[in-house]
Design a binder for this molecule. Sequence first.
Ligand code: ZN
Length: 601
Amino acid sequence: MIYPDEVKNEVRSQNDIVDVISGYLSLKKSGSNYMCCCPFHQEKTPSFSVSRQKQMFYCFGCQKGGDVITFVQEYEHVNFMEAMKILADRVGYKLPGIEMTREEKQKMDRKTKLREINTVAAGYFHFLLTKSERGKLGYTYYTEKRRFTDETIKNFGLGYADVYADDLYKYLKKRGYPDDLIRDTGLVGFSEKYGPQDKFWNRVMVPILDIQGKCIGFGGRVLGDAKPKYLNTQETELFDKSHNLFALNIARRSRRRGIILCEGYMDVITQHQAGFDNAVASLGTAFTQGQAEMIRRYTQEVYLAYDSDNAGTMAAKKAIALLQSLNMSQRVIDLSPYKDPDEFLAAEGAEAYEERIRNAVPGRIFEIRQIRKELRFDDPEEKAEFVRRAAEIIAGIEDVAKRSSYIEAVSKEYSLDQEVLRQEVTRIGLSGIKSRNKNDQAYGAGRDAPGESERGQPNFRQRQVSYSQNQAILLTWMVDRPELFQKLKVYISEEDFSGKAKEVAEKLYRQMEEKGEVQPAVIIGDYIEESDKSEVAGLLSQELPRELSFSSDTATVEKALTELVRKVKTEREDDAMKKKEGSMFEHARRKNEIQRLVVKL
Ligand SMILES: [Zn+2]
């Protein structure tokens, strides 16, 4: 691989990091930076900062950082080449042809080809639905049974798979695609006995697009009574069911509040048609953590519109628990007396649905209502059990005021003695704290210690650093105040830094020399590994002491800098002494010299 530096720099300079990240997250100005809650770890107070001047982002919570390209890579879950493409497309920049290793090219070509075959298949299914004689069967299903308009059919690219066993296969062959690629899309199975066999036939088809709007798989509903009623593309290298959501590519741009999570594609399409274009669905499997994390990049609020039958209720409870574990808000839309959003909208219309969304109840209230349905209040044992189980749910709320208002609301709704419920909640809460404290010791205490919630984030551990905090503060100051950097060069050189800080200092000094300016993002771009990028971003994103800030007067800055430079130099000198480089006499002389050094700007 890789693009020459000029191309990387061009793409980077045309895509201002604040503009790009603003397209994904809502940034708030804070001093000279922009802040928001980090999309890469879970938090309630913002520690994710973006600097326009440095063209860098850095999270003080999880220590992830980098330039605009890194951000797109991490956020969109794409590789470097794909991130470059997204950013180049964003500004209409044409990337030159690139040299990739054969292996890279094959892998990239393969994925592109698999998407292409899926897209071609979607086009074919759509053609059959709208133009062919037999497709009328599917068309009638969509327009009459589902009440989809032609516009909806077009927007979602809905289709029909014919009754023949190898109809699609023949079509794809005619287009020149080889058997192995066709097989790897999951659209056609090959058996020794029967030869190539289409996976989908006699079904109405729903293409499933990834977040960038590329077709990666299908859902199909059978016409008639055959089983299974709903069939999805199997998991393939393209179709990752736990990291994609149906219609999220549209919903993420919706102006509506939150995301409506449903069970089926048809429910989603019906809702979009009725104006609720923030509806999404999981891909025929249970809602996963990966999917919840995808939603969290756009919103913290999730509305559940699951079927009101038993299976739907069970699935809703699981989704609620998952969302709670990620600190996301969850509300359940009551669809009764209808089975699903589709039935509800057909019978009551969009306005009534809007009303139900407004009245959606928090997940915990929903759970308590479910428990109530299982128990008889005329039986004192069962009523006591209800209080206990309701209290268990309420005790899980951390916020004191919130917990109290739940106690109030629940005791009112079920005519319970408020004090009894409160005592029960407190009792359960106390025993919970005891067991939680035990866990804390294992992690090392502290609110932001890498505990349960951050599990699975490999970069969360405190990094082993090869430089001192003072070095990092000094470098941060240099890139914050490049106009003063020139003057500081007299007092401190690359040699005064160590490890990664030395590498970065060398690059900074060189940039200053050659270009007369510093470009931290370019330095980050020199590194390949994500962990290196984050480390460099962290190095250049230190919180500066007040004396070194823009607002301070020159004398104060000079005094603070003098101190800082002396510390950095002394640390290096002590280090050298430990390693027994040079004579003791020399060390003593140099340390004396350092103590006499005074920075003048
Ligand atoms: Zn973070």
